[in-house]
Ligand binder design. Structure first.
Ligand SMILES: [Zn+2]
Length: 265
């Protein structure tokens, strides 16, 4: 067992090989025999030819899960756990004027189209297993924004921030956190500007926002560490930076926790 950090509950018969944190926003990879069936509660997880599988927890997940591995002969292993809760960075801004910025109708239509395009690519579940090798930071610069943080304006909550923000000037390099295939590149989404999505397999994607350029195109294979894009300030931003987000299908998890996962043998 490699780097299995914190497991609040481990069943006595646990021999299940996992790496990652059982924590809100966490990513967990597992390894088993390729012909075993793996379920997380009622969800059947894809198992690769090498026995790799993956799952993740959303920001506020309080579900109790049972991971069940069933062999072709009917032998069953289970492990039950609940993701540990986190305290997210909350900031409150009072006294904001009531004047609300109303995006025009055209902008709303465009933002809706952008959302639909993103939701569509996140439904893809490829046979790639690049997620199983772990993730590296796309930039070596400082982190200026974290996953899960949330602002309240006059007591009204805004959408939480689901990315990790890295400092960078326009044109600074963005590296692939893991190998994969380019699923989407749109240079001018309404909110997220230049937006690139990389598929790492089994529904795991990396999303890069506010880019000024992409060095790759849809369908390209990329290698971990390869420069794939350039930092920008496109879309709705206050200044240039990289916003890196990760998804397991529609579940948004914390890229900083993804970087704690290490390959299982
Ligand atoms: Zn951000």
């Amino acid at each position: 067992m490699v780097s299995l950090s914190i497991l609040p509950v481990i069943s006595a018969q646990a021999e299940i090989q996992l790496s990652g944190e059982i924590k809100q926003g966490g990513l967990v990879i597992g390894k088993t025999e390729a012909n075993n069936r793996v379920t997380l509660n009622k969800t059947v997880l894809t198992v690769s030819k090498q026995g790799d599988y993956v799952f993740a927890f959303s920001r506020d997940d309080k579900t109790q899960y049972t991971l069940t591995i069933t062999s072709p002969t009917g032998k069953i292993e289970t492990q039950t756990f609940t993701p540990s809760t986190r305290d997210y960075k909350i900031s409150r801004v009072e006294g904001i004027s009531k004047k609300i910025m109303n995006p025009n109708k055209k902008a709303n239509v465009r933002a809706g189209e952008d959302r639909a395009a993103i939701v569509k690519v996140r439904k893809i579940s490829s046979n790639l297993t690049d997620f199983s090798q772990g993730f590296i930071a796309p930039r070596s610069s400082s982190i200026t924004g974290v996953y899960g943080s949330q602002r309240f304006y006059n007591g009204v909550p805004k959408n939480p921030h689901f990315g990790v923000d890295y400092a960078g000037q326009i044109g600074a390099p963005v590296k692939a956190p893991a190998s994969g295939t380019v699923l989407l590149w749109v240079p001018d989404m309404f909110y997220s500007g230049g937006t690139l999505v990389i598929d790492h397999g089994h529904g795991i994607t990396s999303n890069f926002l506010h880019l000024s350029a992409s060095m790759v195109k849809v369908g390209d294979k990329v290698k971990q560490g390869q420069v794939i894009a350039k930092v920008g300030n496109s879309g709705r931003v206050t200044g240039p930076h990289l916003d890196w987000r990760m998804n397991w299908h529609q579940v948004r998890f914390d890229p900083q926790l993804a970087m704690k996962v290490s390959a299982l043998k």
